[in-house]
Design a protein around this ligand. Structure first.
Ligand SMILES: *Cc1c(COP(=O)(O)O)cnc(C)c1O
Length: 362
């Protein structure tokens, strides 16, 4: 028998969450963001749940090829554009729309031979200071693109640094508006936090994490508040139990000491499966659908859980590390991420290749 750990991808939940993004910005077209292999879900596995989107946004040419190979003929956007000049050939061949965020990318376009002019998304740096033209440089970049025969339509985009924080989007939106108000073209501004929290409407919103059942602004709001469903379950089983006496410790470094007699369970899941090693004692976990907590340090292949609230638990009992548990129980990935000092995005993206994944509801 293989190790009892597995991950499940919930196709109907992906569709449900995408519909939530749509409902929050009803006049916008929605990019389903499937970068990082659909946030760790697998592009091919997630595709059925997300095919109701108006387009797919991603980073990597190989991922764009995979989306085309699934039969998708609609829009695909490269969120960071091309990484070198020859990437433009594949953009032409696969009819990919691409971001343009720096003058070198315009140089490459100007030198590119194509019969089919490209649709580009000119990116403004509205304060994040990662990619994009500053508001002052933006218009000159637009004019350069507008003069190129290789360019068909120019859309305008920016990415918010603070859509999920109390700083909000007002300043970035104002900077964007000031520099673009008299330029033609469709707009794409919102990420998940802007979609849900600010209900910012623009022609193309970019729905990433909202699709994958994690709250973009956790802990201010959780998935219950936004009516999102987990799309990835990581589950395993108890492969051992131990009875501890007061003063006995658990795991490497003996970081947990029992205060009273207690029973613990050993779970076939560790950091080599993508479970965060930084999750300390009391990280939430479900055993047979009952919420309890981890004890001691997470090791490569195992972790330990407190069985006090689940006296009936025994070898083989089901353990939900995140996602859906038995009997309709749910453990939000955000709760686990918080206990490990990170965000749901990182945990789902880090699901390890050794975990077998199956698709539910396909
Ligand atoms: C990843 C990404 C998104 C999606 O962000 P979420 O917070 O997951 O919705 C949107 N736009 C750009 C440019 C991105 O890189």
């Amino acid at each position: 028998m293989p190790r009892p750990i597995e991950a499940l991808i919930h196709v109907e939940a992906l569709a449900h969450n995408l519909a939530r993004a749509r409902a929050a910005t009803p006049d916008s077209r929605v990019w389903a963001v499937v970068k990082a292999n659909a946030y760790g879900h697998g592009i091919e596995r997630a595709f059925d749940g997300l095919r109701g989107a108006d387009g797919f946004a991603l980073l990597d040419l190989a991922e764009a090829e995979r989306v085309r190979a699934l039969g998708w003929r609609g829009p695909i956007l490269l969120l960071e554009g091309c990484f070198e000049a020859r990437d433009l050939e594949l953009c032409s061949r696969l009819n990919l729309w691409h971001a343009v965020h720096c003058s070198e990318q315009i140089d490459w376009l100007a030198a590119h031979k194509t019969h089919q002019p490209h649709r580009v998304f000119l990116k403004m740096n509205s304060g994040m200071n990662r990619l994009g033209f500053t508001p002052t440089a933006f218009r000159a970049a637009w004019a350069r693109l507008d003069a190129l025969p290789q360019v068909d339509e120019i859309s305008l985009m920016t990415h918010f640094a603070d859509a999920d924080t109390e700083h909000g989007t007002d300043r970035a939106v104002a900077a964007f508006e000031a520099a673009t108000h008299d330029l033609p073209g469709e707009r794409s501004l919102s990420n998940s936090a802007a979609i849900l929290r600010h209900r910012l409407r623009n022609d193309w919103v970019r729905a990433g994490i909202v699709c994958y059942g994690s709250a973009p602004d956790f802990p201010a709001h959780d998935i219950r508040h936004w009516n999102l469903q987990p799309t990835m379950t990581l589950r395993s089983r108890l492969i051992g139990t131990q009875q501890l006496q007061p003063g006995e410790t658990v795991g490497y470094g003996s970081t947990f000491t029992a205060r009273e007699p207690m029973r613990i369970g050993i779970v076939a899941c560790g950091y080599a499966d993508g479970y965060p090693r930084h999750a300390g004692t009391d990280t939430p976990v479900l055993v047979d659908g009952v919420r309890t907590g981890t004890v001691g340090r997470v090791s490569m292949d195992m972790l330990a859980v407190d069985l006090t609230p689940v006296p009936q638990a025994r070898l083989g009992s089901e353990v939900t590390l995140w996602g859906r548990g038995p009997g309709g129980t749910v453990l939000a990935i955000d709760d686990v991420a918080r206990a490990a000092g990170t965000i749901g995005y990182e945990l789902m993206c880090a699901l390890a290749p050794r975990v077998p994944v199956s698709v539910e509801g396909a």
